[in-house]
Write a protein that binds this ligand. Structure first.
Ligand SMILES: Cc1cc2nc3c(=O)[nH]c(=O)nc-3n(C[C@H](O)[C@H](O)[C@H](O)COP(=O)(O)O)c2cc1C
Length: 357
């Protein structure tokens, strides 16, 4: 039986256990998207998690949705990420930058350019989100043209190249959790009648084009992708039949030979087994909110290769050691999760509830 403590190679990266750090937005970047001064120390403190998947990083200025999130599309961003990737490597970790284009989960008050958010169709998510002026409804976005979809594919490509220039070991394409690529999957956000809407093949097309472009640019061994089948986040409802879209997506990703698929698993066990069968390379499976006692289950059952850890790692930078030795976890403080500061403790409800990416 495989255990959490067995080594594995993912793409080019050799890991000495089956844990990883899940991507978590912290809103600590400078106004221009350059990583803030806490970033290198924050990630280096958690490098024992092995594979560090960073917070969502916008590949373009239209990709930004929240205040003070980092980017990877200017020279200043590349220079700002370099000390972060260096610090993670020096502490023994590997790092994939998560490329996150939020699509309609944005607000003009949150971006330096103040433009209307973009999306598959002009359909508002129907949600309030945290903005620079407090909680406000996310506005109705404007639909991307086909030419703009193609230039967004190029934005992912150039952002991936920039991440590698900044010293990252790879990138994770964010196709989960209600953001742009996921919005294309969901019929209640995507009413397009062109080749990017309608059938399963059409709704999956954009994500597959992004994956192919990133693989071509930086190599399959440096590319991962995150999906969250059936997750009702950001106002998305993929409806019945959504599992078929993911079967198609993973089947089409397989020949691209990406380093990994990262599944945020909402509980369709048959789909998980199918993805496991279809997908030839590493499979990361995260069941949000699982009990500590259940962390190893999917790896031990052969359903997953890696069990990433999200929020436990915030108040427990040494979570790997705590798991190894059975030590208790510190309790995290949700009020500080997205707040931008250095603290990760006390206790009360989330202040930026819409920012879970
Ligand atoms: C503070 C915070 C920020 C997050 N930001 C992101 C993000 O940028 N990208 C993403 O894919 N998921 C994001 N997530 C989701 C986590 O990656 C993870 O899937 C979720 O927290 C469930 O895992 P957990 O039960 O181990 O916390 C975020 C979660 C938290 C708590």
């Amino acid at each position: 039986m495989t255990t959490l403590w067995d080594p594995i190679t993912v793409g080019n990266v050799h890991l000495n256990h089956r844990l990883a750090m899940a991507p978590m937005t912290r809103s600590r970047a400078q106004a221009d998207g350059t990583p803030g001064e806490l970033t290198a120390e924050y990630y280096a403190q958690r490098a024992s998690l092995g594979l560090i998947i960073t917070e969502g990083v916008q590949p373009s200025d239209d990709g930004q949705g929240y205040i003070n999130t980092p980017g990877i599309y200017t020279d200043a961003h590349v220079a700002g990420w370099q000390p972060v990737t260096d610090a993670i490597h020096s502490a023994g970790g590997a790092v994939f930058l998560q490329l996150m284009h939020v699509g309609r989960m944005s607000h003009p008050d949150n971006t330096p350019h103040h433009r209307t958010p973009v999306a598959p169709s002009a359909i508002a998510p129907g949600l309030a989100m945290f903005t620079a002026k407090g909680m406000q409804d996310a506005p109705t976005p404007r639909a991307l043209t086909v030419t703009e979809i193609q230039s967004t594919v190029q934005d992912f490509r150039t952002a991936a190249a920039a991440a590698i220039r900044a010293g990252a070991d790879g990138v994770e394409i964010h196709a989960a959790n209600g953001y742009l690529l996921h919005q294309f999957f969901a019929p209640n956000a995507n009413e397009r009648t062109d080749e990017y809407g309608g059938s399963v093949e059409n709704r999956a097309r954009f994500a597959l084009e992004v994956a192919a472009a990133v693989v071509e640019e930086i190599g399959a061994e440096r590319t991962g992708i995150r999906i969250s089948p059936a997750a009702k986040i950001g106002g998305l409802n993929e409806g019945p039949g959504s599992a078929d879209l993911y079967r198609h997506l993973v089947r089409e990703l397989a020949p691209l030979n990406l380093a990994y698929v990262h599944l945020m698993h909402s509980g369709d066990e048959e789909l998980l087994r199918d993805i496991r069968r279809i997908w030839p390379n590493a499979l990361l499976v995260l069941r949000p909110g699982r009990a500590r006692a259940d962390l190893a289950k999917d790896v031990e059952a052969g359903l997953a290769d890696i069990a990433p850890i999200g929020s436990w790692a915030l108040a427990n930078p040494d979570v790997v050691e705590r798991l190894r030795t059975g030590a208790d976890f510190n309790e995290g403080d949700r009020t500080t999760f997205y707040g931008g500061g250095a603290a990760v403790n006390p206790d009360s409800p989330p202040v930026h509830p819409a920012a879970v990416g």
